[in-house]
Design a protein around this ligand. Structure first.
Ligand code: UDP
Ligand code: MG
Length: 316
């Protein structure tokens, strides 16, 4: 059997030597053949040079260099497109996904599971804000997208060849890999682990990238926000009618003069805000349709080392 590792890297100069040192003994312990596919997601800190040097001394280390930063999810996609193993494992470069887990993952794969997902039972080196938002994210995603989404499962996963081929079929622009995996519905095993802190370097996912990621996850899998804005619109309309009734009552029964200015300004703001939000939401979805329609490539490779070109499914 052959095992492929898919490791996206973006400005990870500090952690790469540590990673390679940690991987070598674990992989040497396997009796199987292996390859490590690094996807350099447009690093600007000398990561690429480090990777090419490592690849020059070991043909099992392979490098896909992107022409610019296309994002973590695009990098995983490229890795899946290029690997040739019977099983492929996606992992982070910062050793937050411990290589020691590979043995158990492969064990479960040999038992016949198509997807082996590592589940975080605890997180180190992450503040209360990240923990709380992550927990809320998983809860919301399961409600809004798919019950099959596993809580606390990130992208650290093993995929069988069958799963890899199935994932190659998805060519959508706005990608949420975890959702795609849930969508596949293949036989999945869960492997709990304690997530350590980063071995070196800093996170490449600042808060704004996390927010964008969460929005991509929701909007690429569900039209729930549009439905919510419809419900919100209907509620506001109902409120408008109620208030109208109250005003009539005030005028004709209580015969008090209509005071009005403050409430008018408030209502005006409320309604135009709600309308603009709804239009903006629709606009966001239309924009995504537009981007999908253009069918642009998901990434552009500018440099390849030790790798043959991939076989991609024809575009539908
Ligand atoms: N990464 C990437 N492209 C990006 C951002 C991140 O390839 O635009 C890689 C990064 O090098 C790392 C992995 O994705 O190997 C996960 O990123 P990070 O560890 O910074 O995320 P966190 O664990 O803090 O959520
Ligand atoms: Mg990390």
């Amino acid at each position: 059997m052959k095992l492929s590792l898919i490791i996206p890297v973006f400005n990870e100069k500090e952690v790469l030597p540590v990673l390679l040192d940690a991987l070598r003994p674990v992989l040497a312990g396997f009796r199987c053949d292996y390859e490590i596919v690094f996807i350099d997601d447009g690093s600007r800190d000398g990561t690429r040079q480090l990777l090419t040097a490592a690849a020059a001394s070991d043909p099992r280390i392979k490098v896909l260099g992107f022409s610019r930063n296309f994002g973590h999810q695009a990098a995983i996609t490229a890795g899946l497109d290029f690997v040739s193993g019977d099983a492929a494992v996606v992992m982070d470069a910062d050793l937050q996904d411990p290589p020691e887990l590979l043995r158990d993952m492969v064990g479960l794969f040999e038992q016949g599971f198509d997807v082996v997902s590592a589940q975080r039972t605890g997180r180190e080196g992450e503040g209360p804000f990240k923990r709380w938002t992550a927990a809320a994210f998983y809860r919301l995603m399961r409600r809004a997208i798919d019950e099959r989404l596993r809580p606390q499962v990130g992208d650290f996963r093993l995929f069988s060849r069958r799963a890899v081929l199935a994932l190659r079929g998805f060519r959508e622009q706005h990608r949420f890999m975890r959702g795609l995996v849930a969508w596949l519905g293949l036989k999945e095993a869960i492997l709990p682990f304690h997530r350590p802190a980063r071995a070196a370097g800093t996170t490449k996912y600042p808060a704004w990238k996390m927010a964008r990621f969460a929005w991509t996850a929701i909007s690429s899998f569900s039209a729930l926000p549009l439905k919510l804005s419809l419900v919100g619109g209907l509620l506001l309309t109902a409120l408008g009618f109620l208030y109208g009734g109250f005003v009539l009552y005030e005028t004709f029964v209580l015969q008090t003069t209509v005071r009005g200015w403050g409430s008018l300004v408030c209502l005006q703001l409320l309604f135009s805000g709600a309308t603009l939000t709804a239009v903006g939401l629709v606009g966001d979805y239309v924009g995504r349709i537009y981007e999908e329609l253009k069918g642009r490539p998901l990434y552009v490779v500018s440099e390849v080392t030790n790798l043959a070109p991939p076989v991609l499914p024809p575009r539908g």
